[in-house]
Structure formats: structure tokens, C-alpha cells
Design a protein around this ligand. Sequence first.
Ligand SMILES: [Zn+2]
Length: 397
Amino acid sequence: MPIGYRAARIFDGISEEAIEGAALIVEDGRISSVSRHLPPDAEVVELGDATILPGLVDAHVHLVWSASAEPHEVVARESQALTVLRCAGNAAMHLRAGVTTVRDLGATDGLSIDVARAVELGLLPGPRAVAAGRAIAMTGGHGWFLGREADGADAVRRAAREEMKAGAACIKLMASGGVYGHAEEPGSPQLTPEEMRAGVEEAHKAGRRVAAHAYSTAAIGNALEAGVDSIEHGSFLDRDTAEMMRETGTWLVPTMSVYAAMSEKGPELGAPEYIQRKTAEVLEASRRAFRLALDAGAPMAAGTDCGAPGHPHGTLREQLKLIVEAGATPQQALKFGTSGAARLLGLGDELGTLGPGKRADVLAVGGDALRDIHALDEVRLVLRDGVEVASGRRVLP
Ligand SMILES: [Zn+2]
């Protein structure tokens, strides 16, 4: 039997304006239409002064991490069984907040792949997860503890093949240093263009996308030369690089929220001094980089780095608020966090918009999210494949 979810407004994930006074008709886990006319046999759910939108898509998370001061130390100390349970708890946090799809870009022992499978098998509640398994870094490179080390083009090629053999749905490459390591600066280039090209070739042959962690223009340039599909963070992007990304159709996944969270909560969490110092620099740079990419018209998808110090899972809304603060409209921010991210993940035909035939991954929030992005704080309903996974009015912390 069809169900009609009626709300004051419906944002379909792409249009400039919301559709007012209509209902989203859902049947057999899929969207059949957005219409003012309900089928005669439809059950009706009245959501009132709310906005219905596609379920959110977070293009950059780490399910093995739980936002503690030094999450990699926690994972190193605990048993693998406990880490898996930690992943399950983190996955549930996304779903409750209306994030119905995530891309996991690096997990110790490739555990994200098993979590993604467990969710698909219905063993645990969570968002659908596109998992990179272990991230690929040079020896001692950024986030080696979230992945594996490889040196030389052949080693990176083998690493990519092995991750895909293990079930990776995308590949993550480390093109520069970052903020978590003791002995690295965010901008310093790491994997070379030649090394990354080998990984990209393997991934693309298998129809998988490649995400590159890159901060400086030098590292972003290396990743673009290698043909990656998305630049993660991109904090020191310049105008020329932003233009190049528009021309090549390479996605930017800005992650201001993680730097904001770390600089706000780092001192109270007791995060190491080197993390706090690097974070403050990177936050300001990231805001400028976002603006440049927005002005250049580079394709963008919303991501967070959830799990990193101070940034708990299920908080994509914080990134969308920062995107609006940095100069985008709420409509643009919501697009980056729905249809944009779904396209980057290669799931645009199935998710990210509320068109007929799409999977019924849906979020309803109180108020008008197209006028005030803070509306995302009040969740009224979450559907995943048409199944209600959260309902009732809840204000998120
Ligand atoms: Zn990350």
C-alpha cells in the first residue's frame, strides 16, 4: 500500500525551490511521485510545518573512530571485536540523524567493508556505506594507521587490487600530509603522481572511484594529474586549481566541520598540541578554499571526516551549516549533501533526489530548511529504503 508523507514543503535535492503543500508518495521502498493528489488507497502521514528532503549523504567518514582526542590510539589499544562494535554504534548515529548513506574513506584492517556488508544484510541498523577499506599511504605517510603502506607504482597497484579483492567499493589515496601525524605538515606531498596513477588505473578498470586526501596545491595538482575523482579537504586550493577542477569535473569534498570541531573541542579533549596548532591554520584556509571552489563552479559534495577528534558521527548538518556560513545558500548546501554527494559516490541514479523510481531514503526536518539550515537539528522522520528508521520529533544535540 502506498504511503503519502505530506509536509509544508518538499525539497527534491536539485530544484531551486521547494514544492509546497505536496506529499511524497512511497511504495515498495521506492518513491513513486511527489504530488498534491494522493492515490485513493494511500495511507497519509502528516508531518506539518516540516521540510521533506532526500536522506543526507556524507562523503567522508571514518566509522572506526569515535571522536576522541586520539582515536587511532584507542583503536590500537582495543580488541578488533570492540572496534567492530564501535563501528556499529557509529553507523547507527548517522542513521538517527538522517544520514542514510556514507562513504568510509579509511578503516583499520578494512573493517568498514564488513560494516557495510552487515548493514546490507540487515544485521545492524546503519546507513548504506560505500567503503574504501584500508586507505593507501606511502610508508609513514598520512593516516597509515587507517590503512596500509605502499611505495612505488607497482606496490600501489597491488594495494588497490587487494583492497578491491577484499570488497572495497572505492579507493582512498593519501596525496599529502595531514593534521593527525606528529611528523608531517598538511601541505607536504606524499604519494607521487606516478604512484597514484597506478591506483587510479586499477580502480577505474573495475568501475570504482578514487578519493585523494590532499591539502596543498602541489599535492592537489599531483592527484589531478593522476586522474583521481575527488579531492578530500583541499584546504589550500588556489583559484587556478579550482578552475582546473571545474574543467576536469573533479569533485571537492570540503571538510570545514572537522577543523571547527577540533579547534573548539581540542583543548577540552586534551588533543595533542601539534593537532591544535595545525587545525587552526587549516580551518581558515578551508573556508577560503571552499569560497574559491564555489566561485569557480567546481563540483562539490559534502563530507565531514566524522570520527576525527571532537567530531562525532551523524553530524553532517554541522558541515552544511559551515557551508552556508562560508557563503553558499541553504539550497546549495543541501544539494552538496544530497544529490551532489550521491553522484560522487556513483549512486546518483538510485539516491540523492526524490524523483520517481528512486530509493525512498528520506529525511523530514522541522521548519523550512531552505530558509534556515539549522532546521536540520530537528529530525521528524528518517526512511531508509522506505522503512521508518526514526520517527517522532527529536532535537539533535
Ligand atoms: Zn579522513
